[in-house]
Design a protein around this ligand. Sequence first.
Ligand SMILES: CC(C)(COP(=O)(O)OP(=O)(O)OC[C@H]1O[C@@H](n2cnc3c(N)ncnc32)[C@H](O)[C@@H]1OP(=O)(O)O)[C@@H](O)C(=O)NCCC(=O)NCCS
Length: 181
Amino acid sequence: MGRKKADRYGFAIREAQEKDLPEMVGFLARLALHVSGAPPHDLKESEHKRLLKTLRSSLDDPNRRLIVAESTDAGLVGMGYVYIWRSQGIWEQSGSEEFKSGIIDDVWVEPEFRNLGIFKALLRDLVAFAEQHHASELTLEYAASNKEAKAAWTKLGFKTTGVRAAAFTSVVKQVLTESQR
Ligand SMILES: CC(C)(COP(=O)(O)OP(=O)(O)OC[C@H]1O[C@@H](n2cnc3c(N)ncnc32)[C@H](O)[C@@H]1OP(=O)(O)O)[C@@H](O)C(=O)NCCC(=O)NCCS
């Protein structure tokens, strides 16, 4: 269904190129704002450059795939990224067997192009790349407050495997102080 809808609206998924990088930095900035829930901000020039450099380093890396969704009318409307993480295992008993995992990150679809199947089209490409590299598992992180991410990932079969927790230092200190009394 997703693929048919995307085709009808004239989207293509392709590998990112150097010329796409400035716009992709804009996507990453909007993703960061979306996750933090903050109002619009401008990226510092140094951060803009750092993100450009990070994205550029993925372009020719055979273990990384950086892709964009492009609309015939509107240009770039989304992006996605996966890299292959390799582990030799830490146990004597596991021998020299290499374990490969696909780490998915930086998936973004522009708000006015959502619910057209672009996310699923991006994921089809990233999953094909992971499969080609024999990555038997895919992992990713999203903020617990990110409702559409939770919905989209859960529909694809992702299950929560851990929890990242945060607290104000002052709160933790207070709890510890009270527990001493
Ligand atoms: C999450 C996101 C990538 C989904 O993109 P999209 O192109 O709108 O998703 P699709 O149209 O391909 O939909 C994929 C599935 O997720 C579901 N879905 C998407 N957004 C949803 C929402 N807000 N609530 C419930 N379900 C949703 C769709 O219904 C669809 O399900 P289906 O397979 O049953 O039809 C997009 O909302 C986004 O960019 N959000 C902000 C950035 C973000 O959260 N990125 C992920 C960070 S890890």
